[in-house]
Design a binder for this molecule. Sequence first.
Ligand code: DC
Length: 225
Amino acid sequence: MNTIRVAIDGPSGAGKSTLARSAAKKLGFWYVDTGAIYRTIGLYVYRKRAFPGDGAAVAALLPEIHAEVRYDAEGRQKMYLNGEDVSEEIRIPEISDYASRVAEVPAVRDYLMEMQRSLARDHNVIMDGRDIGTVVLPDAEVKIYLTASIEERAKRRMLDYERKGTPKPYEEVLQEARERDYRDSHREIAPLRQAEDAALLDTTELDEQESEAALLRLIRERVGQ
Ligand code: DC
């Protein structure tokens, strides 16, 4: 079956998941959040109290890990780690850092490659991450690079922390965002970058509704739906 694959990449906090999820719903596509898969590996490393920056130690844990993507009745993506639903736990702030670090380990990226590709084989998907248009689905029908200024992304993240009841000062959130951006775009393998054939969508000046409309417009223009 010829599926339609929409690859969305960009830095953290650009609104990828929120926008990709709602666009997928409108189009009747599956939404695949690949960051959640890296977070699941990060969570296992965290639970084992291993250092996520130690590539050899992380690689040695991989045979013990069975990470699985499942969809619930409402079509929401759930992450399972060795049979346990960890969809909530992978969202704790420590795991953002662990995920970003284990994502630098080549063995982790290799291990997750086939899993990500197979999800796009049988279904129309919107898949978001850092290397979807460049590495995972280089021949995706639609590629979008979704971004916003680092100050705006830090502001949005700060509001998220507030909403969750764990407020953090702006400067701290901005610094975290800088560090994660640096790691995600300077690692040796599959660094975050805009694919040459990706359309750029900058949401710095757009609210959520405007961003979603712009995203849907880009997708529809390219697949004629
Ligand atoms: O999108 P997110 O914040 O949930 O992703 C968590 C980390 O996983 C992020 O810092 C980088 C990494 N990641 C990656 O390297 N490649 C992807 N395709 C998706 C995420």
